[in-house]
Ligand binder design. Sequence first.
Ligand code: AP5
Length: 208
Amino acid sequence: MNIVLLGAPGAGKGTQAQKLVAEFGFAHISTGDLLRAAVKAGTKLGVEAKGYMDAGKLVPDALVIDLVKERLEADDAQNGFILDGFPRNTAQAVTLDSELAAMGRSLDAALLVAVPSESVVARLSSRRTCKSCGYTAPAGVDVCPRCNGEMYQRDDDKPETIRHRLDVYESQTAPLVEYYKGHSILKEVNGDRPVDEVYADVKALLAL
Ligand code: AP5
């Protein structure tokens, strides 16, 4: 299956993607993780992207689209992928459709993880992320359960940046809900419940 995950910052896209990848082996393509790896490695892309990310703004489309194209062509993405954090605006969604069509592929589902903004602010303020593999967990988890890496708080998980990221989501990304409804592939799960309850519904919605 080729799946796009939609939802506000902190809705639980990464959390649900981690579970789907562990159970079904899809390729997990998270543009946030790819960009954070570029920042950590100090590449030209990372240096350009860092200022946008720290301010909670979208990184320019051209930079992100090239990253995603390269990742979609990798061997592990040929048997199904989960796009997490991409597309983030209509231009990215249109480009994704045309890139996939050129590869003879298409999306099977766009899954919206719906969570009210009060819940996401609380979740992001207490989120910890693995420095090595990007695994996320609530505060209190100091060692990554997946790779034993060190957990840290992301620079963009500060209250003022979180609010800006939510504004960016509402103005630029939320319109994709209508875009994918128009393509008849939108599915919606209530993400404001315990992780495993959300995951059970995710699998049912995706017929997995
Ligand atoms: P990105 O890394 O994509 O961040 P995001 O979309 O803001 O999403 P998050 O990773 O913050 O949240 P999530 O929904 O994955 O939640 P999670 O599962 O971690 O992007 C970061 C930046 O990169 C952007 O601001 C932008 O600058 C740039 N960027 C990325 N993609 C781009 C693109 N396409 N174009 C341009 N720029 C781009 O969960 C959050 C917390 O809640 C965790 O602690 C988790 O344990 C907890 N949690 C999860 N589910 C539940 C639950 N059901 N109940 C209770 N707690 C839960």
